[in-house]
Design a protein around this ligand. Structure first.
Ligand code: COA
Ligand code: MG
Length: 311
């Protein structure tokens, strides 16, 4: 994982000029400008144009990263969405309701043609996949690592995997998502865990889903902390008020960074040994990997500390 770890990714409806402006000032590591569920179908043509203008006005290299959630392949709208926004060079696209790796492969091939047509480096548009919104998509996730090993060009675009309950519960007809104590019901726990494991197997960022009760900062913090404890490295947001909490939770503490640096230093001092010790405890490769992950997450702190610098 590189310094590109995104702690907070804020959804912003693509047809709202006001929210787009607010999003820029939110402190989020990434904005996900939405063309899908938060935009009414009759507003979509307007939203596509506005999103392109927004991307062009706040383009490449800036903080926050600008991503676009396009419509699903199955909707028949994805091609027009991508054609409209790729000229604005978004950092990447967020793909909803993905049914299988074949969807990703097809979308990646489409993007190759669009990128080439606009003189944009082929392969430069990254992808974050929402992999659990359809039952078929969730069942297909375990096949991703093998498919990615075959389809290298599309796999190189993958930057993250995330999950959601809204569309999955509608597809299942599920009325309840968690029990009174807050534990997820099995289908949703399965979705969350499968997302986490698949992301790790692919070597991409595991991004936790949205916390919809945006006035409940304490509930959000608890959910984000549990996600981080389990290995997620970022979380989706739907309201600017959620960004500060999410950034704080997913930023390694000074003590964690210190531990991680000392682990890496201990291995360097051990000169290529696979196992060594720190403070009287054995450390081996898993500790080194965890230390590297913490340092990568720590690298996300720098741009977020001064969001106004590049905008
Ligand atoms: N991005 C940027 N700005 C946002 C925002 C967002 N996601 N959500 C709210 N804001 C802005 C509002 O415009 C408002 O600014 P203003 O007072 O200058 O108009 C301010 O933050 C406070 O908003 P608030 O009144 O608390 O919320 P709201 O009732 O206006 O909006 C939602 C609530 C849920 C509709 C809104 O947060 C939203 O649109 N979220 C994103 C939804 C989405 O994209 N869903 C798809 C993914 S699940
Ligand atoms: Mg949805």
């Amino acid at each position: 994982m590189s310094a590109g770890v995104l702690r907070s990714l804020l959804f912003v409806p693509g047809d709202s000029e006001r929210k787009l402006a607010k999003g820029l000032a939110s402190g989020a590591d990434a904005l996900i400008v939405d063309l899908e569920d938060s935009v009414a179908a009759e507003r979509l043509p307007f939203a596509r144009g506005q999103v392109l203008e927004f991307l062009q006005a706040h383009a490449a290299g800036a903080h926050p990263q600008l991503w676009v959630r396009v419509n699903a392949l199955s909707s028949g709208r994805l091609y027009e969405d991508a054609t409209a926004v790729i000229p604005g060079r978004p950092a990447g696209l967020v793909l909803p309701k993905v049914d299988s790796y074949a969807d990703i492969e097809r979308i990646a091939l489409t993007l190759e043609a669009i990128e080439a047509g606009h003189g944009i480096a082929v392969g430069s548009t990254a992808l974050v996949v929402i992999g659990t919104e359809t039952p078929a998509g969730l069942l297909a996730l375990p096949s991703y690592p093998q498919a990615a090993a075959v389809h290298r060009a599309s796999a190189r675009r993958l930057a993250g995997l995330t999950w959601g309950m809204e569309d999955l519960s509608a597809a299942l007809g599920a009325r309840v998502r968690s029990d009174a104590a807050g534990a997820l019901r099995p289908a949703f726990e399965h979705a969350r865990t499968t997302c986490l494991l698949t992301a790790a197997a692919l070597g991409v960022q595991a991004i936790d889903g949205v916390y919809v009760d945006f006035r409940d900062a304490q509930g959000l913090r608890g959910e984000a902390e549990r996600a981080r404890e389990d290995g997620f490295t970022g979380k989706l947001a739907i309201h600017p008020d959620q960004v500060g909490v999410i950034n704080a939770v997913f930023t390694p503490s000074v003590a964690e960074l210190d531990w991680a640096r000392r682990v890496v230093a201990a291995f360097e001092a051990a000169g290529g040994a696979g196992v060594t010790s720190l403070d009287g405890r054995m450390i081996d490769r898993p500790h080194w990997l965890l230390a590297r992950r913490i340092l990568a997450a720590g690298a996300a702190r720098a741009p977020a500390a001064k969001p106004e610098a590049n905008t």
